[in-house]
Design a protein around this ligand. Structure first.
Ligand SMILES: [Zn+2]
Length: 144
């Protein structure tokens, strides 16, 4: 008899043994990005401190940086779609993401994380919640 729960299947898929696999490295990468994401949200909220970004662009305007909805890394908004297209943490079934969607979803991710957020499109919010749920799955898999 094969015992496979949904969660166990995810663990098996995301974190195949042995440790040191690329999936595990990506898990740590996302964990690091999420830490930076939280730091950046606090920075943007207080408008004080420095943003931690994946790639420094030509602008020094913190408002120009948007997080990737898949890996939580911060990118200059006009470069975000390029990253999202090849983001290693994008689920295989996510398909292509339009550049405007990449920025909109990233902004929404920021809004959802920001305690003073006031408005959000319901459909997009659903996307964010879905992506946060998949993060929770991932965080469970790397906690042991
Ligand atoms: Zn990404």
């Amino acid at each position: 008899m094969t015992r496979v729960h949904g969660d166990e299947f995810d663990v098996a898929r995301i974190l195949p043994k042995p440790p040191g696999s690329s999936e595990r490295k990506l898990g740590w990468e996302k964990l690091k990005n999420l830490g930076n994401f939280n730091h950046n949200v606090a920075t943007l909220t207080s408008r004080d401190g420095e943003l931690i970004v994946k790639r420094r662009g030509t602008t020094q305007d913190p408002g120009e940086f948007i997080p990737c909805e898949f890996c939580y890394g911060f990118f200059q908004s006009h470069l975000l779609w390029k990253h999202v297209r090849k983001c290693l943490l994008k689920p295989v079934d996510a398909g292509d993401v339009a550049s405007s969607d990449a920025v909109a979803n990233g902004r929404l991710l920021l809004e959802a994380a920001n305690p003073v957020a006031t408005s959000a499109d319901v459909d997009l919010k659903h996307t964010v919640l879905k992506s946060m749920r998949s993060w929770q799955v991932l965080s469970r898999t790397i906690s042991f």
